[in-house]
Ligand binder design. Structure first.
Ligand SMILES: [Ca+2]
Ligand SMILES: [Ca+2]
Length: 271
C-alpha cells in the first residue's frame, strides 16, 4: 500500500514537472503563465487595482519575430487621477515610452503616453504615466516589448490613485475656504481642484499649477479667487499629474479680516 502510494506520488511529481517544462517551452511570458493570453484588451486577465503591490511580468520576443505585448485592465473610479508606474531593466529588451506604453479608454482612444519619471538617470529605471479616469470606467494599459530581443525581460507594474479628497468646504455664514498646494517633487505638477455641493453637483473646477519643489499661492473661495457662491458646502477633490504623495494641501475655513473661528480642512489620499 505504502509502496503503491509512493509510486503514485512519484508519477504525479514527474507529471507535474513535465507539465511545468511543457509550459515553459510554450510560454512566451514566464511571469504570465497563469494568464498567458494577455496580448489584447479583450482577452487579458491582468487587472491592476490601486493600492495593490507591484506585479511582475515580462516581455519576450515571439517567433516571427513579433514583439510581445501585455494588456492590463485597470480598476478605476471616474474623475480620479492615477499613476501607472513601470520599472525594470529597460535597457535590455524593452523601452516603455511613446507607443510602447499607452493608456487607453474603453474605445481604445489613448489617454496619455508614458514619460520619464522625474529625476530619472540617463539609464531609465522606471517609467510612469498619469491620467484622469473618464466617465466610462474602463481603462487599459498596453506595454509592448522589443521584437528582436530573445532574452526574457522582467518588469514591474503598479497602479496608484493620486486623488486627494476633502470631505468639507464652506462658504456659509461669512466663511470662505482657503487652499495652498505644496509640491514635494522636483517637477511641475498641474492639477484640478473641484468643488461639489452637498448632493454631488460640481460647483466649480479650477486648474492649479504648482512649481517644482514649491507651493501655489493661497487661493480661496471668495469672489476675487475661486468665486464660489455664498451659502455652499460640500466635498472637494484634487486630481493631478504628479506621483502619489507629490502634493500636500494646507486648507482652512475662515472669515476675511478676522483671525478667529478658523476651521481646519483636511485632505486625504483616495484609496
Ligand atoms: Ca508578457
Ligand atoms: Ca503578452
Amino acid at each position: 500500500m505504502t509502496s503503491c502510494h509512493s509510486k503514485i506520488q512519484y508519477l504525479l511529481r514527474v507529471g507535474s514537472i513535465l507539465l511545468l517544462a511543457a509550459g515553459n517551452l510554450l510560454a512566451t511570458d514566464i511571469w504570465d503563465q497563469a494568464s498567458p493570453n494577455d496580448d489584447t484588451p479583450a482577452n487579458t486577465r491582468n487587472a491592476l487595482i490601486p493600492g495593490d503591490a507591484a506585479q511582475r511580468h515580462d516581455v519576450q520576443a515571439k517567433a516571427g519575430p513579433v514583439a510581445d505585448q501585455d494588456w492590463y485592465r485597470l480598476v478605476v473610479a471616474a474623475g480620479h487621477s492615477y499613476e501607472v508606474r513601470v520599472g525594470g531593466r529597460q535597457e535590455d529588451c524593452f523601452d516603455f515610452v511613446g507607443p510602447n506604453f499607452r493608456v487607453l479608454d474603453a474605445d481604445l482612444v489613448e489617454l496619455t503616453t508614458g514619460f520619464d519619471y522625474p529625476g530619472a538617470d540617463a539609464v531609465q529605471t522606471a517609467t510612469r504615466a498619469t491620467f484622469v479616469a473618464p466617465t466610462i470606467e474602463v481603462v487599459y494599459v498596453q506595454l509592448v516589448g522589443d521584437a528582436s530581443c530573445t532574452a526574457t525581460s522582467e518588469y514591474s507594474i503598479q497602479l496608484f490613485d493620486t486623488t486627494l479628497l476633502s470631505p468639507f468646504f464652506t462658504t456659509a455664514g461669512g466663511f470662505e475656504s482657503f487652499y495652498r498646494m505644496l509640491n514635494t517633487t522636483n517637477a511641475i505638477i498641474v492639477g484640478d481642484l473641484t468643488f461639489f455641493n452637498s448632493v454631488g453637483t460640481v460647483l466649480a473646477t479650477v486648474e492649479v499649477t504648482i512649481p517644482a519643489g514649491g507651493s501655489s499661492p493661497t487661493f480661496n473661495t471668495g469672489p476675487s479667487s475661486f468665486n464660489i457662491a455664498d451659502g455652499q458646502a460640500g466635498p472637494v477633490r484634487f486630481t493631478h499629474d504628479g506621483p502619489p504623495g507629490g502634493i500636500l494641501i494646507d486648507a482652512f475655513a475662515g472669515i476675511f479680516g478676522t483671525t478667529t473661528a478658523v476651521l481646519p480642512l483636511k485632505f486625504e489620499r483616495a484609496q
